[in-house]
Design a protein around this ligand. Structure first.
Ligand SMILES: [Zn+2]
Length: 237
């Protein structure tokens, strides 16, 4: 194969390798971002569930206190009825003390109920805020996840096509070059890179001056002594 033809083929291989790497990058980035968004959404759901539970528990405590108040009021009414019919002085005094005690208890219970009512209102506010945050995040997250999934599907299709095109192109290379390219690709790196201001675009090592020029002009086939990649120029327009 004519060296110029071979260099042109490798320029195309480099382009496909770059596009393939970009598609792989999109896929990996979008998968990570999608996972992060789902984790964030789960946190908001957990917060909303906790706030909901907090609200329920505050309501339960308030209802318990209200029941205590009603029981106390019933007991107080009973003692007040009893005291009317009592003529014995000591019995009267004893009942009077019980009534005072119940009245004090009632005042305390009512203060406690007021505090619980404030707690319920705060918990309801917290629950509403947490639910609003959850819904907001869900709406935002779902739309971003939808966009990411669409882009990832496109990138996956592009990646499959690029991989086929690349394999076909590599198959056209002379046997020795092909084996070398396939070995480098199997190791995960690119096999053909661009010359960048006289340096190798794979390992960024400076090439011997003449090699840098030759690679840049497409004159001879250049391989980097540092990373073993073929070094070629950008496509000419
Ligand atoms: Zn290199």
């Amino acid at each position: 194969m004519d060296e110029k033809v071979l260099i042109n083929l490798l320029v195309e291989v480099a382009g496909l390798e770059e596009d393939l790497a970009a598609a792989e990058h999109t896929l990996s980035h979008h998968a990570t971002r999608g996972r992060d968004l789902r984790e964030l959404q789960a946190e908001y759901e957990e917060d909303a569930a906790l706030a909901e539970a907090g609200d329920q528990s505050a309501n339960v405590r308030l209802r318990g206190k209200e029941n205590e108040i009603r029981a106390n009021e019933t007991a107080l009414a009973l003692k007040r009825d009893q005291i009317i019919g009592v003529s014995d002085r000591r019995q009267h005094q004893a009942l009077q003390r019980e009534i005072s005690g119940l009245q004090q208890k009632l005042e305390t219970l009512e203060d406690e109920a007021m505090a619980l009512l404030a707690a319920v209102e705060a918990a309801e506010g917290g629950r509403e805020d947490a639910e609003a945050d959850r819904v907001k995040q869900e709406t935002k997250g779902e739309s971003e996840i939808g966009r990411l999934e669409g882009e990832a599907a496109e990138a996956a299709t592009a990646r499959d096509k690029l991989a086929l095109d690349l394999a076909r192109l590599v198959g056209m290379l002379p046997e020795a070059v092909k084996r070398h390219v396939q070995r480098l690709q199997k190791n995960g790196g690119p096999a053909v890179v661009r010359v960048q201001s006289g340096a190798c675009g794979g390992c960024f090592g400076q090439l011997p001056t003449q090699q840098g020029i030759d690679a840049d002009k497409g004159r001879t086939l250049v391989r980097c002594a540092g990373c073993a990649c073929y070094v070629v120029h950008r496509p000419w327009r």
